[in-house]
Structure formats: C-alpha cells, structure tokens
Design a protein around this ligand. Structure first.
Ligand code: CUA
Length: 187
C-alpha cells in the first residue's frame, strides 16, 4: 500500500463520516420542523386549555355571575375573589372593594359586546368577551382608590364607562366580610 492510497482511504472514511453527520443533522432539522408544524396546527384546531365559558343568555339569572354573587368574597385560603359583570355602559358593581396586601382574583364577563378593563397603577389589563370568564390576579400594596376604565371601544357610551377600585385595610375589610358575604363600595 502506497502512502498516497492510504491517504485516499483516510479521505474517503472522513467523507463517509461527514456524510453520515450531515444526514443526521438534516434528519434532526426535519424532525424539529415536523414537531413545530404539529404543535402549531394542534394549537390552532384545539380550544385553549384554561378557557372558562359561561352561557351569555343566562349569566344574570343563574350560576356564578348572578346579582347576589357579585362583588368581593373571601375565599377559604384568605384570598379575595371579586366577581363582576359588564354591559353597555357599566360595570356591576361599579365600585370594587378589596383589602390591601391580599391576593385578589378578579373574575369577570360581559353580557353584550366586548369590553375591556384596566386598573390604574396595576398589572391588570384584560378583555371581557361575552361567553367567556376573564381571570386576572393582582395584589394591592397601598390603600386608596384606583380608576378602572373600559379600555375597549364598545359603542357610543364607551368613554363614559368606568368604575372604581377601593383598597382598604385588611382588618376593616375582614370585619365587613364577616357581616356580609359579598362586598362592594357601591352601596
Ligand atoms: Cu365598554 Cu368601552
């Protein structure tokens, strides 16, 4: 065996190895593309996992969003859940009462068109879509009032659609909650 044929042999072996690795990387790229395609199509055709729906025709009359269940309620773990319904052009209740330094979950829906809500000085900014429950969570670090305007154009009365959020001391809130299961500052 001459020196040059040994050299050719090594070069061929290197080329074969190179070819195998190139094929492997092409297979990996194809596999990733297939997975991304599958995940994308799957997400498109399946409903989102955490979407909660309500029957928009019966919202005011039965279930979670009946009038008597609206407002702030203390949950078993000491957090507060606020339930609210929107319609052209108001929030019900129009003034939400919550305690300071407490986890607050806001559950709301719309009974007519798409509305939105944004709470001044907080991370809450959500859409309210008829037939769906919007869930937003926050915690207020100071007592005081926040404005809560509708942030989605919903008709001629849109700019007049807004509500308030009033943050009060936790002891005061809990004392009120002991007498009344659903609280708001509207009454
Ligand atoms: Cu409701 Cu804009």
């Amino acid at each position: 065996m001459s020196a040059s044929s040994g050299h050719d042999e090594a070069e061929r072996a290197a080329l074969r190895a190179e070819g195998r690795w190139a094929a492997l990387s092409v297979i990996i790229v194809c596999l990733l593309t297939l997975m991304a395609g599958f995940a994308g199509i799957h997400e498109l055709i399946m409903p989102q996992a955490r979407v909660e729906t309500v029957d928009v025709r019966t919202v005011p009359f039965k279930g979670e969003f009946v009038e008597s269940n609206l407002g702030s309620a203390v949950a078993a773990d000491g957090s507060v859940t606020v339930r609210m319904v929107t319609q052209q052009y108001s929030f019900n209740p129009p003034c939400l009462l919550v305690p300071v330094e407490t986890p607050v979950t806001l559950r709301s829906t719309s009974i007519d068109v798409v509305h939105g809500l944004i709470i001044d000085g907080t991370n809450i900014n959500t859409m309210l879509v008829p037939g769906f429950v919007s869930v937003a969570q926050t915690r207020f670090h100071e007592t005081g009032d926040h404005r809560m305007p509708c942030q989605e154009f919903c008709g001629v009365g849109h700019q007049g659609m807004w509500a308030m959020v009033r943050v009060i001391p936790r002891e005061q809130f809990m004392k009120m909650a002991a007498d009344k299961p659903r609280l708001s500052c509207a009454d």
